[in-house]
Structure formats: C-alpha cells, structure tokens
Design a protein around this ligand. Structure first.
Ligand code: NAD
Length: 426
C-alpha cells in the first residue's frame, strides 16, 4: 500500500476538497523529501483575492455578491484555471481547486501555474442580464490581477463560452485594446480554439489507449462504463465508441443504460437531445444506477462529479483501468483500496488535462494571431498526452509508487525546480 491514509473521522472530512488536496500533496512531498521551507511555499497560495460586488438585479433591487480568485502558483507561468458560479462556493474549495490546477499544468508540462475563481450565486435564479452584470463587475474588480501574462481564467461549473466572451470584452474595454488571450474557452468567433470542446474527452481516450497498450488489451475487446454524459463523459463516449471501444453502460444522475454488445452512442445522444434524459432509450436496458459503477468492466470513467468513489464503496469496483475524467472522483481514502485491488488508475490531474492543454493552445494561438486547424490541435494534444502518460508511468516504475503519487511527485518536483531556479526574491 503506497498512499498512507487513516480512515476519516467523519464523512465531511473525506469529502472536503482542501483536506483531499493536502493529503495527496503531503504524501508526494514526503516521498520527494522536500524540505519544510519548500513545502510551505508549495502549500500556500501565492495570492487570494476576495471581492464583494454590488449588482442591480432586474427588479431594481441592489444585491452584493462575493467573488474569489486564488492564484496558487505562478512559478512556471501565468496562473490558469476556471471560474465557477454556485451558491456553495467557498474560499477553501477555490484554494484546493487552484492547487490542483498547478499540479495539472505541471504534469502535462505546459508553462502555466494554477488558479481558480468563483462567485457565490445561484445561476438558476438569475437572468442572463443579471449573470452578465455579475460577470462584468467581477471582472472589473479583479482587472489588475488577471491578464494574458498574469492569470488566464476559463469556464468551470455554471460558466461557459458566453461568460468568457463577457470577461474578454470587459477586460478589453478597461485595457483599451482587444485582449483575446485573457481567457480561454471563448467562442471560436472570438479567438477560441478548434477542438477545445472535445479536448477533455479526447484526452481521456488518449490516456486510456496508452493504458490498454500497457496492459496488453485491444480497443475492440474493451468494455467501458462512463458516469456522466456531459462535456467530458459524452465526448469521451462518442470518440471512444467511434474508435472501436465497446461502451456498455452510461450512468447519468437519473438513470443508467446498459447494453453488453455496446451502446449506439450517437443514437443515445440524439435520444437525450430529444427527450432531455437517457431514460427510455430503446437501444439498451435500464439498470439500477447505484449498481452501474460496480459492473464488471475493463475501463471505468467517472466523468460527472467529485467524491463518487470513497472508502465506503471502492472495494466493490470491478474494473481494470480507472480513468478519472472528473476532478476528484476518488477520495484520498479510496486510494489505498484501489491500490490493493491492483486497479490501474489514471489520476485526474493527468486524465482530464486535455482541456487545459487545448486552453494552452488557445492562448498560444491568440497571442500569435494565427489559428490552427483542428487536425493540428488534435495531433499536438495527442503528443502532449502520450508524453505525459509515459512520464507518469516511468516515474511510477522508477520510484515504486502508484500512478497518482507519481503524477503528484512529478508535478511537485517540476514546480519546486522552477522555484529553486528562480530563487526567492527578497
Ligand atoms: P457537464 O455538466 O457537462 O457534465 C456532467 C454530467 O454529469 C451531466 O450530464 C450531469 O447530468 C451528469 N451528472 C451529474 N450528477 C451525476 C450523478 N450523480 N451521477 C451521474 N451523472 C451525473 O460537466 P463536465 O464539463 O463534463 O465536467 C464533469 C467533470 O469533469 C467535473 O468534475 C469537471 O470539473 C471535470 N472536468 C471538466 C473539464 C472540461 O473541459 N469540461 C476539464 C477537466 C475536468
């Protein structure tokens, strides 16, 4: 057993993203033998911004919203990471997510640090105009802390390419010039990148391909269960089924659809578009969604949300490869159980890094003013994902640790090296 973890005293501890981020950081830092000073630097966010933003609502009432932007590290380049809108956003959550971005960018070796932002609001209760006003005022408040060379936000939970277009416009109005590279995940018409929408799902497929090779499996014989049929899971399902994988089960929040011969993913997508759900799809049978994750399968891709695989259910998994499409789908207390079961885990900071990699390509294209073909984007994505997978596996074999710990050690080492080379400015 490689990752040491004690059982959680309470379920909230197991589900707390900050504790989870710190536990993995601590294991990797200990294994690397990082000194106390470097641990303090790497553990502490470099900058935390809190803004309270007054916004006039559609009915004329004045409301004040709280927003955060945390820049965990800028040692390897500008901070990079999404902005989420949700009623339960906390500073602790944003801190944890910002540190994950630092490790994710380092593991795929792109020249970014890590950041994350959030605004406490409930988008389901806000009109499009209200969301636009919140976004613009939030952008104006953090104006001097973001920028193409400083901190480059992107979409996250409940934000999208329209939100990015508003941020880009507001920033550009203040800068008195159009600055497309201030955000990524923009509409293509405003400097977004071809291939960005599929990038995370495509990245999941590329690293799963690599894991198959490693375990001597063939795409055609490989059964796949995917939880979440959204941007990551839906794209992964579509691309993998086209590539010959057998997608035997899709699990959504309201249903799970199973077909041992493989689901027709294009038809399931059409069914969901037409009816709003995967329920009632004739090309498969509905099974209990609570059991679906524990089906016998070759590959399991949890691509919906965090904290799905825990100390309470990890021993029920029956997959050979676990490819973490979502951020944090396995808690730190599940890690040792997965290791004991011999499951080949492709950790989130590697598995879902295709999205931030193509965000990096978008930033490069915007700064060059020269836009690449979709083929060029996909080829370069493949090169980075394959190299990163091989780096992690080689690191894991060299140091005798599991893939997650290897990915963390590799990225901590890269960030620590940048800090040592730059030195501490006094
Ligand atoms: P999304 O909203 O497009 O899709 C999520 C899907 O999961 C939806 O279809 C939703 O109905 C489903 N879902 C929600 N709760 C569920 C449950 N309990 N059981 C089964 N299905 C459920 O979101 P997304 O962009 O695909 O992101 C999914 C995960 O991947 C998140 O953890 C996100 O942080 C992570 N991620 C996304 C990207 C990206 O580029 N979109 C990049 C890296 C990581």
């Amino acid at each position: 057993m490689i990752l040491e973890a004690t059982m959680p005293s309470a379920l909230e501890d197991e589900f707390n993203p900050r504790l989870s981020a710190e536990a993995r950081f601590d294991s990797a830092a200990a294994r690397l033998g990082l000194d106390d000073g470097m641990r303090k630097v790497l553990r502490t966010p470099s900058r935390e911004i809190i803004v309270h933003i007054p916004v006039v609502l559609d009915d004329g009432r004045l409301e004040v919203f709280t927003g955060y932007r945390v820049q965990h590290s800028i040692a390897r380049g500008p901070a990079k990471g999404g902005i989420r809108y949700a009623p339960d956003v906390t500073l602790d959550e944003v801190r944890a997510l910002a540190s994950w971005m630092t490790w994710k960018c380092a593991v795929v070796n792109i020249p970014f640090g890590g950041g994350k932002g959030g605004v406490i609001c409930d988008p389901s209760l806000l009109s499009e105009f209200e969301l636009e006003r919140i976004t613009r005022r939030y952008t104006a408040e953090i104006f001097e802390f973001i920028g193409p060379e400083i901190d480059v936000p992107a979409p996250d939970m409940n934000t999208n390419e329209q939100t990015m277009a508003w941020i880009m416009d507001t920033y550009s109005m203040h800068a008195r010039q159009t600055q497309a590279a201030v955000v990524t995940g923009k509409p293509i018409a405003l400097g977004g990148s071809r291939g960005r929408a599929e990038a995370t799902g495509r990245g999941c497929m590329i690293v799963t391909d690599q894991a198959l090779r490693k375990l001597g499996l063939e795409r055609r014989e490989t059964r796949v269960v995917i939880q979440g049929f959204g941007n990551v899971g839906g794209m992964a399902a579509r691309l993998m089924s086209r590539a010959g994988y057998r997608i035997v089960c899709i699990v959504e929040w309201d249903a799970a659809v199973y077909n041992a011969k493989g689901l027709d993913i294009a038809a399931l997508m059409k069914h969901r578009r037409d009816t709003g759900s995967i329920q009632g799809f004739e090309g498969g049978e509905e099974i209990d969604r609570n059991d679906a994750l524990f089906l016998e399968t070759d590959v399991l891709i949890p691509a919906a949300k965090e904290n799905v695989i825990t100390s309470h259910n990890a021993d029920r998994l029956r997959c050979k490869i676990l490819c973490e499409g979502a951020n944090g789908p396995c808690t730190q207390f599940a890690d040792p159980i997965l290791a004991d079961k011999g499951i080949f885990v492709i950790p989130d900071i590697l598995a879902n890094a295709g999205g931030v990699t193509v965000s990096y390509f978008e930033w490069v294209q915007d700064r060059q003013g020269y836009f690449w073909s979709e083929q060029m984007v996909n080829d370069r994505l493949e090169e980075i994902m394959v190299n990163s997978f091989q780096d992690v596996v080689a690191y894991s074999e060299k140091h005798g640790v599991n893939n997650r710990l290897a990915a963390y050690m590799l990225s901590l080492d890269r960030v620590a090296q940048a800090i040592r080379l730059r030195g501490i400015y006094a």
